[in-house]
Write a protein that binds this ligand. Structure first.
Ligand SMILES: [Zn+2]
Length: 388
């Protein structure tokens, strides 16, 4: 359990939302229904630091979470996501002149983003990820335009480098000591090099008023203010900070430090604003969806969920105890034939829907609704669509 704020170490916080018995590793699909039901669970206690404004899971226990081969969070099987990530990579190269430089990505997953940065800017890429299979490890240095991946965590990256760009996407929110991670990223970055940080946008989560983005693996839930305060506290500076992907992601380009503006360093971020009423709104959303799924089941309709990512899998865990949803569809072939941790819903391919056409498809992330509609039409299917 974390007792102090991961960003500022204050012990002064206020309770926001508690969710009991969440699977602790939602991104590790289970091999069988029995294994899925039997996964480790823990309580998520979302609190807000009254000093720096960071939202974090006070009940987080790092030893419960496993990052190893089998951890599956690749999103690049979706054309929508590929377009977004390619655009981000291209912009970083173009806007900041990252060409023929060494580029490091901490938590690079399957290397999709690193590949795009290297290919577009003729850069030389080095990725590290604890879930990378040993087969991806290479003993030879990559050429410009190429990349290599090592198995390990950010703490295993011991050698300071002279990287022109260090990328760290959807990692900062997973670690207990985000300041230490930022310091390591800064050490890897060369003179005038930049750090690209991408995290889920807590403001969008709070505005949405639904709990599907509360996943146990996330220690911290940053918004623009709390991320900026953390960066500043680490002696670094924000070069650019904006929201992307329908405001679901917070994207920051971070550079070397500068003088800390007095107003910023003194600013308090701990007022409870958007968080007020979040727990009530989440409980209402869960009750509403429980009723909806119950009605669909009573009506004899076959309901599937499209998107066995974090939103979809948390949704199933929070509202589909009775099993009103028959299966979860995902584009990632390595999830097919496996089961949703915590609930045991089977994860299937889109093509398999043709064998038993569903009556209703619940779209777990509205960012993909156009792509899913096209894929269903291509399969000759026309179910009703509901959006989370
Ligand atoms: Zn704090």
């Amino acid at each position: 359990m974390i007792r102090a704020c991961p960003a500022c170490e204050s012990g002064n916080h206020v309770a926001i939302l508690t969710l009991a018995a969440l699977p602790v590793s939602i991104h590790v699909p289970s091999a069988s229904r029995e294994e899925a039901i039997d996964v480790d669970r823990d309580t998520l206690e979302l609190v807000k630091c009254r000093d720096c404004g960071l939202l974090f899971n006070q009940a987080f226990s790092a030893e419960l979470v496993r990052y190893a081969p089998g951890y599956e969070n690749a999103l690049n099987h979706s054309a929508t996501y590929r377009a977004f990530a390619n655009r981000q990579a291209t912009e970083l190269v173009e806007d900041f002149g990252v060409r023929r430089r060494d580029v490091v990505e901490i938590g690079c997953g399957n290397g999709f983003f690193l590949d795009a940065v290297c290919a577009h800017g003729n850069n030389r890429g080095y990725g590290i990820d604890p879930s990378a299979p040993d087969s991806r490890n290479s003993t030879t240095a990559p050429d410009f335009g190429e990349y290599s991946i090592a198995t390990g965590t950010w703490e295993d990256w011991g050698t300071p480098a002279d990287a022109g760009l260090v990328c760290c996407r959807h990692v900062l929110e997973h670690v207990e000591a985000p300041s230490a991670l930022l310091a390591r990223l800064s050490a890897i970055t060369g003179e005038a090099g930049l750090i690209y940080v991408e995290v889920p946008n807590a403001r969008a989560m709070l505005l949405g008023g639904v709990p599907w983005d509360c996943i146990y693996e996330h220690v911290s839930y940053f918004d623009a203010d709390s991320l900026q305060r953390l960066v500043t506290r680490c002696g670094l500076g924000i070069v650019r900070l904006d929201t992307r992907f329908r405001e679901q992601y917070l994207c920051a380009v971070v550079g070397g430090g500068g003088p800390v503006p007095q107003s910023e360093s003194d600013q308090q971020g701990g007022e409870v604003g958007l968080e007020h009423g979040f727990a009530l709104s989440c409980r209402e959303a869960m009750a509403r969806w429980t009723r909806t799924l119950d009605d669909l089941r009573r009506g004899g309709l076959d309901v599937v969920l499209w998107g066995a990512g974090s939103k979809g899998m948390v949704f199933l865990n929070l509202v589909d105890g009775p099993g009103s949803v028959s299966r979860a569809v995902d584009l990632n072939p390595s999830k097919h034939g496996k089961f949703v941790p915590g609930t045991g819903h089977p994860i299937v391919s889109p093509e398999s829907l043709c064998e038993r056409p569903p009556d209703v498809v619940i779209v777990s992330n509205p960012a993909y609704v156009d792509e899913i509609s096209r894929q269903l039409a291509d399969l000759g299917l026309s179910p009703s669509l509901l959006r989370l």
